[in-house]
Write a protein that binds this ligand. Sequence first.
Ligand code: ARG
Length: 478
Amino acid sequence: MEHPKKNRRSSASSNRPNLWQSRFRKGLDPLALRFSSSLGVDRRLWLEDIEGSLAHLRMLARCRIIPPRDARKISRALGEIKSEFAAGSFPPHAISRDGRFSAEDIHMAIERRLIDKIGDAGGRLHTARSRNDQIALDERLYLRRITHDVLAALRKLQSAFLSKAEVNPDVLLPGYTHLQRAQPVLLAHQLIAYVSMLDRDHERFTDCLKRINRSPLGAGALAGTSFEIDRTMVARELKFKGIITNSMDAVADRDVLIEFVANCALTMTHLSRFAEDLILWSSEEWGFAEIGDAFTTGSSIMPQKKNPDIAELVRGKSGRVYGDLIALLTVMKGLPMTYNRDMQEDKEPLFDAADTLLDSLNVFSAMFPTVKFNPARFEGESDYLLATELADYLVSKGMPFRKAHALVGKIVLECMSKNLFLRELPLSAFRRHSVLFDKSLWRILHLRASLAMKKSAGSTSPKEVKKALRRWKKQLRP
Ligand code: ARG
């Protein structure tokens, strides 16, 4: 299990006792260390951890809890460690996962490096702090940063949908319910529906930021600290909107993290549905859309195939993010107050959800502009989906809607049995069903007429769609 010699770069930090070791007679079993270390996962938080430490340090110095000389040394060394991470030269033995490394987590790895660099002075940084409030802080800093990335990626995809709507203002397609043709709609109308869904996602992430943006630092392990620290100063330094006042709450909860992942899951649901539409549209049966070559793949056996793999993977990856959410909820549900080591398991699902969502948003934004629509695809199609218009026609001539609905049902049945479209049935045949039918019937029996006849706000009438396009463009203008 242990290879004390192999790969060792420096004897300084391998196989050294843990920083909390003194109370123990024996070191941690290597298997237990490997099992419990989160370094392979939480090393991603190096920047947040160092920024948090620097703010804590400035506060400790300002409150005269540590001497200015030591504060300067620590600050300089932390700067160096930051550069080491940025350059990828942070001592690799400290972050390997082969069961031989020395640190339990990113906090320990950095603190040990600090002490290696400047000795005892480095040991002062952790005054008035616990890893419990430290990790809570790092996670909030990460959540804040990544939320801004998600918000920008959402806006980008909204713009991609809007641009497509703008260049295809007249393309129509059947709108579906139960995956049965229901009523004609404009493609632009459906794309604006996506834009609007993503807007609520944007709103949810923005709202969550309010709760993310509070500093837990200064809660200590759970009970606060006997040092006269200034929690508000740390919060200000890190541009938080305030502190999480109750020290137990500050270290015990992961609700904002769960909320963030829940938002990721919901957004993935939206993406998955958009992907599904795109996959259907690009099938030979639909023949409505073609995804650009750069975002499709061929088959290793069937030369004719062009597969929408990227859209399928977006749909498939929604499953991972739901898994992440369930994992987090399950980790938290039975935990007694306050911190429990179980909570270390929160990082993998968090990173996975954030990475998956960002990748999916970005790949969708890149793929969607390559999609070409076939504008003529549905023009000459079956007009059974005008049945509602036909019923409305009879209503406008005085027939109660229920009766009109039943009557049009019979007309559709007749057309089906004669293998005719509605517009192919002679007026005399219509009049056998009702004398309310006259020549004006032909004005409504085509797909575009149905669009133009819509009057309600937010409908698919070209006028309403144009209005919506204008409004969204204005709203999303950077
Ligand atoms: N790696 C730990 C985590 O992510 C940091 C907090 C450790 N606290 C402790 N009391 N062992 O949860």
